[in-house]
Design a protein around this ligand. Structure first.
Ligand code: NAP
Length: 365
């Protein structure tokens, strides 16, 4: 199989560094292009991240000497087969327009940013849940004129970094015939979710911050698109699901925890049935044997004090969701605690899995 030439936009940041780390020795992808802000442009990658490389592994040898380009200099990326987008800008509209410019050059964009998530011809992909949403790509390309001759640009996004921890298990229940109509969720989100250097240490040590800008709105709306359908060439959100969210920042380095209460539509499974559904859940990435697909996407822990970020975030190489403490709820039907690695499954690893699915389905060529 040919190896794809890959670019990382925002390569110097928290998510970008995770892409560099996780893509080392990837069987299908070779990182050949790095870009960040104008401040880093022109520097060797190792110089651009000097003093702020936060990964526990060394910078890969083949990456150290690559010259970082400015994300805005789109022409420089023209040899990439596709790019991972993980750059930040204060103006989200500018992120949206920049990603569109890459797509218009015929370069597929596999994005972590929120800027294009609400656009109704852009798929918000969790490969275990909605791989069929990739059908919209040809409509998106037609809408923008991005599929001309040899060029095949498009944009695919991944959702907010905590969503898979509770949505994948809820989707597994729906697939087994037990749809959920109400979700009450409180997230305890790690500091790495705010990028680097992120939240000031004096705000975080010995503290919990009960607000993360924009996060609750994303938590309450993004699942509706992910579980929605393509109707007349557009995404239409799932209607019979209501979510209420409180999102907090806690002094944990990596791993977003979610405390979840759920109400079923009609039939209520028993506890053993729910755990069996989760333990046996497999989906398209597992069937296609994608390199980043966790063998078991949902892991249930019987111990009463799990999941814990420190002990469980690396399950399935950081790509699995770990659940525990399933029990009856006095107000809803059940409650449980879920955890996933925010910078792996929730960011770079999730982006890589998206790209693998896009290759396997013939969208990246
Ligand atoms: P970060 O650590 O702050 O990194 C930001 C990156 O964007 C750096 O590479 C930075 O380059 C670049 N950048 C800043 N201003 C720029 C500009 N004007 N033009 C071009 N590039 C610019 O942030 P992060 O946590 O990696 O997040 C990156 C993206 O992923 C964001 O959209 C975020 O919402 C999303 N995301 C993050 C997480 C997470 O867990 N952290 C999870 C899911 C999604 P310089 O180094 O040159 O400044």
């Amino acid at each position: 199989m040919k190896k794809f030439k890959v670019g990382v936009l925002g390569a110097t940041g928290m998510v970008g560094q995770n892409y560099i780390r996780l893509l080392e020795n990837h069987p299908w992808f070779d990182v050949v292009y790095l870009a960040a802000s104008a401040n880093s442009a022109g520097m060797k990658y190792s110089d651009a991240v000097a003093g702020r490389w936060v990964m526990s592994t060394l910078i890969p040898e083949n990456i150290k000497d690559i010259t970082v380009e400015d994300v805005a200099n789109i022409e420089k990326a023209k040899n990439c087969d596709f790019v991972f987008s993980a750059f930040e800008m204060p103006d989200k509209k500018l992120i949206k327009e920049t990603e569109e410019k890459y797509a218009s050059m015929g370069i597929p964009v596999v994005s972590n940013a929120s800027a294009n998530r609400k656009i109704d011809d852009v798929p918000m992909l969790v490969p275990e849940i909605n791989p069929d949403h990739l059908d919209i790509i040809k409509i998106q390309q037609k809408n923008h004129g991005w599929d001309q001759g040899e060029k095949h640009g498009f944009i695919v996004v991944k959702p907010n970094c905590s969503i898979q921890s509770y949505l994948t298990p809820i989707y597994a229940l729906e697939q087994a015939g037990y749809p959920v109509v109400k979700i009450f969720v409180t997230t305890l989100q790690a500091v790495s979710g705010a990028g680097y250097p992120g939240v000031p240490s004096l705000d975080m040590i010995d503290n919990i911050v009960p607000y993360i800008g924009g996060e609750e709105e994303k938590t309450e709306t993004e699942p509706l698109k992910i579980l929605g359908k393509i109707i007349n060439g557009k995404f239409v959100n799932k209607k019979d699901l209501k979510i209420s969210a409180t999102c907090t920042r806690v002094p944990v380095s990596d791993g977003h925890t979610a405390i979840v209460n759920i109400k079923f539509k009609n039939k209520i499974p028993n506890q053993e049935q729910i755990i069996n559904i989760w333990k046996n859940f497999k989906s398209v990435p597992q069937k296609l044997d994608l390199p980043f697909a966790p063998i078991q996407p949902i892991i249930y822990k019987d111990e009463e004090n799990r999941p814990q970020p420190k002990k469980d975030r690396d399950s399935g190489k950081g790509m699995a969701v770990t659940i525990g403490r399933l029990r009856k709820c006095n107000i809803f039907d059940y409650k449980f605690v879920a955890l996933s690695h925010n910078t792996v499954r929730g960011a770079a690893g999730g982006g890589i899995l998206n790209a693998e699915l896009l290759v396997k389905k013939g969208h990246i060529i």
